[in-house]
Design a protein around this ligand. Structure first.
Ligand SMILES: CC(C)(COP(=O)(O)OP(=O)(O)OC[C@H]1O[C@@H](n2cnc3c(N)ncnc32)[C@H](O)[C@@H]1OP(=O)(O)O)[C@@H](O)C(=O)NCCC(=O)NCCS
Length: 212
């Protein structure tokens, strides 16, 4: 999924089965404090995400060290590396790249299932709701409202480490290309470009570059 969307210079590791991270050593001792207060499912997600992160870092030639956390919850990557982690039912992935090649990076995955209307109303601007409704009618095989949500989550994961700032759902104005698999997000400061994909019952998104 994200691996198909993001060829080099990105390094992507993904897993479709839950608990694969436990077989790969999962959470390292240094990372254990980060899991305090997590229930069993969230711990498994965390371990799977960290296992993917180590595989992705290995693909850049980096050793399998702990991936700690910044004060805002983002993974703390080695110097010179950008990256992002996502987990949802049936999918977990980590993507990394050298910052000299990729300035910002955020990824997200969601099931390809309709977003409850109440949630859509909370995250979408009127212009975004208009294209969601239009595309829902034209191509019902994609949950366009959920895709909008997925894009906004990826945008936030790129934006937050880049700016150190919070971003509300209605502060980003998203438009996307139905056939080309690309999206843009207009932000309070500049904008982001990214890619989206659908398959295996999943939606995946990656915010990968800054607009000029
Ligand atoms: C942080 C957030 C984006 C996570 O998304 P999610 O779909 O709930 O969960 P995912 O499994 O896909 O991603 C979780 C991972 O995101 C990463 N993450 C958490 N906070 C982050 C941040 N501030 N910056 C970058 N990545 C972050 C972590 O790696 C986390 O996994 P981990 O704790 O196991 O390391 C979401 O919970 C959130 O707070 N959203 C509100 C802000 C927002 O999205 N605004 C939209 C602006 S347009």
């Amino acid at each position: 999924m994200l691996a198909d969307l993001l060829p080099g210079p990105f390094a992507c590791a993904e897993a479709f089965a839950e608990g694969e991270g436990e077989g790969e050593g999962g959470t390292l001792a240094e990372e254990e404090p980060l899991t305090a207060g997590m229930g069993p499912r969230r711990r498994r997600d965390f371990a799977d995400g960290r296992a993917c992160a180590r595989r992705a870092l290995a693909a850049l030639g980096l050793p399998p060290g702990p991936v700690l956390r910044t004060s805002t919850g983002a993974p703390r990557w080695p110097d010179g590396v950008v990256g992002s982690i996502t987990h949802c039912a049936g999918y977990r992935a980590a993507v990394v790249a050298w910052q000299r090649d990729v300035p910002v990076l955020g990824v997200d995955a969601e099931p390809n299932l309709p977003l409850p209307p109440r949630v859509l109303n909370g995250i979408a601007l009127p212009e975004e709701r208009a294209w969601v409704e239009r595309l829902d009618r034209a191509e019902p095989g994609v949950a366009w409202g959920r895709l909008l949500f997925c894009v906004k989550e990826a945008v936030y994961k790129a934006w937050s480490p880049w700016t150190g700032r919070w971003l509300g759902f209605t502060e980003a104005v998203v438009s996307l290309d139905r056939d080309g698999g690309v999206f843009t997000a207009r932000l309070p400061r500049g904008g982001l470009l990214g890619r989206w994909g659908v398959g295996r019952g999943l939606l995946v998104t990656a915010a990968t570059s800054l607009t000029t």
